[in-house]
Design a protein around this ligand. Sequence first.
Ligand SMILES: NC(=O)c1ccc[n+]([C@@H]2O[C@H](COP(=O)([O-])OP(=O)(O)OC[C@H]3O[C@@H](n4cnc5c(N)ncnc54)[C@H](O)[C@@H]3O)[C@@H](O)[C@H]2O)c1
Length: 320
Amino acid sequence: MSTLITGTAGFIGFHLARALLEDGQEVVGIDNFNDYYTVRLKRERHALLERYPGYRGVEMDLCDLPRLQALVAETRPEAVCNLAAQAGVRYSLDHPFVYSRSNLEGFLNILEVCRHATPRPRLVYASSSSVYGGNTKLPFSEDDRVDTPISLYAATKKANELMAHAYSHLYDMQTIGLRFFTVYGPWGRPDMAMWLFTDAMLAGRPIPVFNHGRMRRDFTYIDDIVAGLRGALTADGLDRYEVFNLGNHRSEDLMEMIGILGRTLGIEPTMTMLPMQAGDVPATYADTERARRKLGFEPTTPIQVGIPRFVEWYRQYHRC
Ligand SMILES: NC(=O)c1ccc[n+]([C@@H]2O[C@H](COP(=O)([O-])OP(=O)(O)OC[C@H]3O[C@@H](n4cnc5c(N)ncnc54)[C@H](O)[C@@H]3O)[C@@H](O)[C@H]2O)c1
């Protein structure tokens, strides 16, 4: 089976590609290596993938439609997994046009190449828990209304689901959107809280804690996300258009996460309490029943296990 994955130099794309390659599958990976965060980390992830004979990495932007079309025509993937996007809620406040390019124009290009491809690939794509906006009914269910995003990032992810719905309906395409909930683990993202907190604690700096610590997050370990992605790539009996929550089905208190991180590092955290940030939501919590039923998704990694694994990798990576 050959899969085209976009965003393979990124956190989740790298892990999915590596898992498929370990199984002896063929993967074509696309990334534009943008400098949203350190490009070195992206190059290192990519170099690890290049070691596998089944991997073909292509430096390319999703917005380069002719090259994307040519690559799909040449490689004829059975599935396309679109993980490339401009991520990050806070960055979208100051850099809105990067989001319209990568997340809207780029995603439209993915839909168009899938629509015209022979054989017609299954399309799996990244959505986000942020589509739930300021919803207060917990846990978040795929049946809840998601018409009130509170950041442009969230709005582009909701737009992706709407665009996928139109293409599924018009062209009988199989599309599967996955709403990821705060993914963390080895080779993670330097702009996310777990990495930032670890970095600050090891440097003896206070951690910036928003909403005075009154935050809850459904933290999902990367291996569980990869299992969910693999379920989405292969599951039978799906509707033409599907959307699933991929979370750990536990809403953890942010202070508990900081406590585990501090104990694992052997450091007593110091904190700077701050107000809520624009675009952020106070709580996330995934109802994962639909993903369990249709994708066989059963997350198995609580933060008590996942955080020490992240810290072990972080220390090795930074030799600290
Ligand atoms: N990590 C999370 O907690 C999380 C949560 C919800 C949703 N998501 C979504 O999951 C997907 C993967 O996230 P991630 O954490 O791996 O992010 P990431 O930033 O590590 O990976 C995204 C990759 O896509 C590449 N990219 C961005 N724009 C591109 C473009 N126009 N053309 C080609 N490549 C491009 C980047 O260079 C990067 O390597 C994203 O769509 C993100 O929005 C992630």
